[in-house]
Design a protein around this ligand. Structure first.
Ligand code: AHR
Length: 554
C-alpha cells in the first residue's frame, strides 16, 4: 500500500494508555484537545532518560567517534570535534559503553596503556549476519583497541555526559570487574590501577568517578544464555563486594528483552529469595526494546523481518510506530512484576537500548554494521518514545537510544571527514528542556488514524505527547502521527492561565525525508509564532510532525 492511498477515516472510541483518549466519528467536530494537568505531578524527569549508547560495533567508534590524534579531520585528542560540539547541544546526560553484546567479549585491559602496544582483537560482531553479508575482512571486525576506557572517559568529559560502563559477565570474572572499578575510581597514587590510569596514551591522574555499572548485557542471550535464576546468582556474586571509593555506585542488572516477563519474574523472585534487602543494592533493571516491521509475520530470517529505513509504505510507517509504542505497556507490565517482589520499588527501570532497527542497505559506508539512515519517521518514533519515558518519569530512571552514530536509530552520521545530524538529533534537541523538569499528567483527545494491516483495517492514535513544568515554563511535546491531516487542537492548562507560547516544529511534506552529506539540512526544525487569545491557545499540528510548545504561565 502506498502512502497516498491511506484512508483517513476515523475509528470508534477507545481509551488508550498514556492519558490518550480517542474521538468517535461523531465527535469529530471537536477536533482535538490536550489538557495539561499541572496539579497532577508524576515525578521529576531524570535527565538520564535522554542518554546515549556507544558500542564497539561497525562505524560507531571507529569512523564515528574516534578519528585518531593524527587525523586531518578536526579532532580533540583523537575524538571527532564536530560530534563533540553537536553532542553538547542535546545535553547527553549519560553515555553507555562499550556494549551491547560486545561488552561480554571485552577485556578492558586491552583498551588501556600505550596505544601502539594495545592488542588487536576479533570483534564480537565478526560472525553476525550483518557482518557475513559484507565478508570477514572489513576492518571493523578486528578491533585495534585505540579507543578504550581513557578515550571514552575523555569523550564523556568533552560532551558533559556521565559514563555508564557495562562489565563483561560472560567472558571475565568478578575480580576483573573489581579491578576495572579500581582502575577507574581509586584515588590517585593509591593502587596499581590508579598508576595504570595515570600512564598510557591518554593519562588521567584523577579518578574518573564512574558511578553507573552494568553487570552483563542481555544475559538471556548474547551475554551467556543464562536462566534468570542463574543470572541472579551471577549478579549477586559480581556486586557483593565491589570497592566503593566513597562513591554511590549504581549497579544495573541485565533486564528483559521486550515483553519477556518471565525473565523479570525469574530474576526478581530468585533475588528476593536471598533477601528483599538485596533490592536496595540494585539501581536499575535494563529493559531492551527495538521496533522493526513485522508485516507479513515474524520470521526466522534475520533480515526479512525488518523493513527498509528509507523505503517504506503507509502500513510499514504506522506499524513501526505501533511497535515502538509498545514501550508504554512494556514499562507498565515489567514495573508491575517488579513490584510483586520489590514492593518499595527500590529498583527503577533503565531502558538502556531502544530505537528502530532496519535491514542493511542504507548504511552510509559498508563497514558500518547495523548502520542505517534516519528519516522523519525515526524522529517521530524518537519523540513518541521520549514522551513515553516522560510520562513514566516515576518508573524510568535512565534510557539510552541505540546507538549514537552510524548505527541503529542514530542522531549522527559520519564517514571520514563528512558529518551530518539526523532528524533523530533534532528530536533530542527539541526535547532537551524536559530534562530535570517536573512531568505532569496530560490528556490527549483526538481522532484515531485508520490504515490497513495485512489487508485488514487497523488504526493508531492521532496525537500523543507529554508535558513538564519548570517554574513558570511549561514544555509540551506533541507527535501528530497522521500522515495526511493536520490537527486543529485546543491546548488547555488546568489551573493556570497561558501568558505566551512559542512553537518549534519538525515536519516535512514527505515523511521519508532525511539528511545526507550532500544535503545535510534537508530536515530541520523551524520556529513558529503562536497566538494566545485571552489565555486561549489553539494550535494546528502539522501532519506527521513533532512539535514543542513552550508555554509561559501567567
Ligand atoms: O544495539 C545492537 C545490539 O542489540 C546490542 O549489542 C545488543 O545488546 C542488542 O541485541
Amino acid at each position: 500500500m502506498v502512502l497516498g492511498a491511506v484512508a483517513a477515516a476515523k475509528n470508534a472510541a477507545a481509551i488508550t494508555g498514556g492519558g490518550r483518549r480517542n474521538l468517535t466519528q461523531s465527535s469529530r467536530a471537536l477536533e482535538s484537545r490536550i489538557d495539561v494537568l499541572i496539579k497532577e505531578p508524576i515525578a521529576t524527569i531524570n535527565p538520564d532518560i535522554y542518554g546515549h549508547f556507544v558500542e564497539h560495533l561497525g562505524g560507531v567508534v571507529y569512523d564515528g567517534i574516534w578519528v585518531g590524534e593524527n587525523s586531518k579531520i578536526p579532532n580533540t585528542n583523537g575524538i571527532r570535534t564536530a560530534l563533540v560540539e553537536a553532542m553538547r547541544r542535546i545535553k547527553p546526560s549519560v553515555i553507555r559503553y562499550p556494549g551491547g553484546c560486545f561488552a561480554d567479549s571485552y577485556d578492558w585491559r586491552d583498551g588501556i596503556g600505550e596505544r601502539a602496544k594495545r592488542p588487536r582483537r576479533t570483534n564480537f560482531w565478526v560472525d553476525s549476519p550483518e557482518s557475513q553479508v559484507r565478508g570477514q575482512n572489513i576492518p571493523q571486525n578486528y578491533d585495534p583497541n585505540h579507543f578504550g576506557t581513557n578515550e571514552f572517559l575523555r569523550f564523556c568529559n568533552l560532551t558533559n555526559g556521565r559514563p555508564y560502563l557495562a562489565a563483561n559477565l560472560r567472558g571475565l570474572g568478578a575480580q576483573d570487574f573489581y579491578e576495572w572499578v579500581e582502575y577507574c575510581n581509586s584515588p590517585a597514587g593509591t593502587t596499581t590501577g590508579a598508576e595504570m590510569r595515570a600512564g598510557g596514551s591518554q593519562p588521567s591522574r584523577e579518578p574518573f568517578k564512574v558511578e553507573f555499572w552494568g553487570v552483563g548485557n542481555e544475559s538471556w542471550g548474547c551475554g551467556g544464555n543464562l536462566t534468570p535464576e542463574e543470572y541472579s546468582a551471577e549478579f549477586r556474586r559480581f556486586t557483593a563486594a565491589v570497592p566503593r571509593y566513597g562513591l554511590p555506585l549504581k549497579f544495573i542488572a541485565s533486564g528483559a528483552n521486550a515483553d519477556d516477563l518471565n525473565w523479570t519474574r525469574g530474576f526478581f523472585a530468585q533475588t528476593r529469595e536471598k533477601g528483599a534487602g538485596l533490592f536496595n543494592s540494585i539501581y536499575g533493571w535494563g529493559l531492551h526494546h527495538y521496533a522493526w516491521n513485522v508485516s507479513g509475520g515474524r520470521t526466522t530470517d534475520w533480515f526479512a523481518g525488518k523493513g527498509d529505513a528509507v523505503k517504506f509504505d503507509t502500513e510499514q510507517y504506522y506499524e513501526l510506530l505501533r511497535e515502538a509504542d509498545r514501550m508504554d505497556s512494556l514499562i507498565n507490565t515489567h514495573w508491575t512484576v517488579m513490584g510483586e517482589f520489590d514492593r518499595q520499588h527500590h529498583v527503577k527501570l533503565i531502558v538502556d537500548e531502544w530505537g528502530a532497527w532496519y535491514k542493511p542497505g542504507t548504511e552510509i559506508a559498508p563497514p558500518h554494521l547495523l548502520g542505517q539512515q534516519s528519516t522523519m519517521r525515526d524522529a517521530l518514533l524518537a519523540g513518541l518514545t521520549l514522551d513515553t519515558f516522560n510520562r513514566h518519569a516515576d518508573k524510568v530512571a535512565m534510557a539510552n537510544v541505540a546507538q549514537l552514530i552510524n548505527c541503529l536509530h542514530s542522531p549522527f552520521l559520519a564517514h571520514e571527514d563528512k558529518f551530518a545530524l539526523t532528524p533523530t538529533f533534532h528530536a533530542f534537541e527539541m526535547y532537551a528542556p524536559h530534562q530535570g523538569a517536573q512531568a505532569v499528567r496530560t490528556e490527549f483527545v483526538s481522532p484515531r488514524v485508520a490504515y490497513t494491516r495485512n489487508s485488514k483495517p487497523a488504526d493508531f492514535w492521532g496525537l500523543g505527547g507529554s508535558a513538564s513544568i519548570n517554574g513558570k515554563q511549561l514544555t509540551l511535546t506533541v507527535v501528530n502521527s497522521d500522515l495526511r491531516e493536520a490537527r486543529e487542537t485546543e491546548v488547555a492548562i488546568a489551573g493556570a492561565r497561558i501568558a505566551q507560547a512559542a512553537a518549534r516544529v519538525l515536519a516535512e511534506t514527505d515523511v521519508h525525508a532525511h539528511n545526507t552529506f550532500e544535503n545535510p539540512r534537508a530536515v530541520e526544525p523551524r520556529d513558529e509564532q503562536v497566538r494566545v487569545n485571552n489565555g486561549r491557545l489553539v494550535y494546528r499540528f502539522a501532519p506527521a510532525s513533532l512539535t514543542r510548545l513552550q508555554i509561559t504561565l501567567a
